[in-house]
Design a protein around this ligand. Structure first.
Ligand code: URP
Ligand code: ZN
Ligand code: ZN
Length: 464
């Protein structure tokens, strides 16, 4: 079915212009002024912005973590309601299974026929052994262009030491795969955490005490040093601290292909939330930990200046009752992470664009275009271009409201953004030309998302 969107302002990662857009057979087929094509549906977008469908670089659907499992893809339509039309999910690696087989398993078990937005995957190391390096070479053939390693979570299945990270960088470089790193010093965190426990400091706020900014900053510096020696591109996941950004910026200026992302929780939510009464602080336990407002400002500035390239949710659908409260009485047992896939784009609009701290073009870049490029999905995803998939958000900048659980489709019993002001809203969301969400309501069919293979060597061709 052909749809013609008229009179809107198209926002790209480089600027804005007024034009009409014709979509047909899942693709954008024409962009131009005063288009007069026959179409089954004509949408008047006067006063609205047309944004490329968001690409969320960091989600965990159906991920076993911290003794429990996050909500699965039956809740992934939440992404679409908020204007995200593609997600890039992390593939858990069961012990004994190779990375490529883990991708196959995750797709068959958790995604195929269940996911609503289109999807790609990041591989993720959870079983460190010598086969790892050979496994990395197999990833491009199955459409995987990135892999995450954890320098955090000592004594867990995730933990990788510097030697493993360095050798993985060398292999990833050879394969054209981008290495993503969860950069927090496992040793430092481990000691600080044990000291808190020994003093009986077990409430949620001590999560942040055992993970101060330096835990991340030291590790970011170390990773970038390793990447410089390996001459490999590296991507730092979920950056939380202002000083980390300055290290990333300086490394990039010195020639390291260093990229990074931050997330809504690190610009909108403060460390004070961890002290909420009645164990509510557990809702805000994530790693890295939440920070003070000076860090929020530094991260926003970094998104605007291009020192950080991506804004992703790090969505983990965890219930407060039955999951977060596993850590009642011992904050080290609170499963890390929280929901955010639905409100990601709108939070950045509200607290970045509407506050005059971020341009609309930078929002489009960090929420859609850059993540599509870095995952080898561009130009099929992440841009309003002729020939691209017809993933378009008609965005109403005038809407004013409040983020609230009642309007959230994430399938959990809280949103960390409860009661916070909302400016602007995805008025219509099209995924491959089909209308899937309207004014905060899901109106499409669930489970129709398709796998989009990522092309290798993506980090080499981003143009950053
Ligand atoms: O707290 C977080 N970030 N949970 C999700 C797992 C991860 O490290 O990305
Ligand atoms: Zn992580
Ligand atoms: Zn994560």
């Amino acid at each position: 079915m052909a749809t013609l969107i008229k009179n809107g302002t198209i926002v790209t990662s480089e600027g804005e212009y007024s034009a009409d857009v014709l979509m047909d057979k899942e693709k954008i087929v024409t962009i131009g002024r005063n288009l007069d094509h026959l179409a089954e549906e004509i949408v008047d977008a006067a006063g609205k912005y047309l944004l490329p469908g968001g690409v969320d670089n960091h989600t965990h659907f159906g991920m076993p973590f911290g003794g429990t499992t996050t909500k699965g893809c039956d809740t992934s339509h939440a992404a679409v309601v908020g204007g995200t039309t593609t997600i890039v999910d992390f593939v858990p690696q069961p012990k004994g299974l190779g990375l490529a087989d883990a991708v196959k398993l995750h797709e068959e078990k958790n995604f195929n026929g269940q996911c609503t937005p289109d999807y790609a995957f990041h591989s993720m190391v959870m079983d460190v052994n010598d086969a790892l390096y050979g496994e990395i070479l197999k990833l491009p053939a199955i459409g995987i262009s990135s892999i995450k390693l954890f320098m955090a979570y000592k004594s867990s299945v995730f933990y990788c030491n510097d030697g493993v990270v360095f050798q993985a960088m060398q292999k990833a470089r050879e394969a054209g795969v981008t290495l993503m790193v969860h950069a927090e010093s496992a040793d430092l965190t481990d000691v600080l955490q044990k000291q808190c426990v020994a003093k009986g400091q077990l409430e949620p706020r001590y999560h942040a005490v055992s993970r101060p900014p330096v835990v991340e900053v030291e590790c970011v510096q170390r990773v970038l040093t390793l990447a410089g020696v390996a001459e490999a591109p590296v991507f730092i996941a979920h950056v939380s601290a202002g000083e980390s950004v300055r290290i990333l910026r300086d490394a990039a200026a010195a020639g390291v292909r260093a990229y990074g992302e931050t997330c809504p929780q690190y610009i909108c939510l403060g460390v004070d939330n961890l002290s909420r009464p009645n164990f509510e602080g557990a809702k805000y336990v994530c790693s890295p930990a939440l920070r003070t407002p000076d860090h929020h400002e530094a991260l926003l500035e970094a998104l605007q200046r291009g020192w950080l390239q991506v804004f992703a949710s790090d969505h983990s659908g965890l219930m407060f009752k039955g999951q977060k409260d596993m850590g009642r009485g011992d904050c080290t047992k609170i499963p890390n992470g929280g929901p955010g896939v639905q409100h990601r784009v709108n939070l950045l609009w509200t607290y970045g664009v509407a506050e005059g701290k971020l341009s609309r073009s930078r929002l489009v870049d960090v929420c859609a275009t850059a993540p599509a490029k870095l995952n080898g999905l561009y130009p099929q995803k992440g841009a309003i271009l002729v020939g691209a998939d017809a993933d378009i958000v008609v965005f109403d900048p005038e809407y004013k409201g409040t983020f609230t659980l009642a309007e959230t489709y994430e399938g959990v019993d809280f949103t960390p953004y409860e009661g916070m002001k909302q400016i602007g809203r995805a008025e219509k969301v099209y995924v491959r030309g089909r209308l899937m969400a309207e004014k905060g309501k899901f109106v499409g069919e669930k489970g129709e998302g398709r796998f989009v293979p990522g092309k290798p060597y993506a980090a080499a061709y981003t143009g950053f």
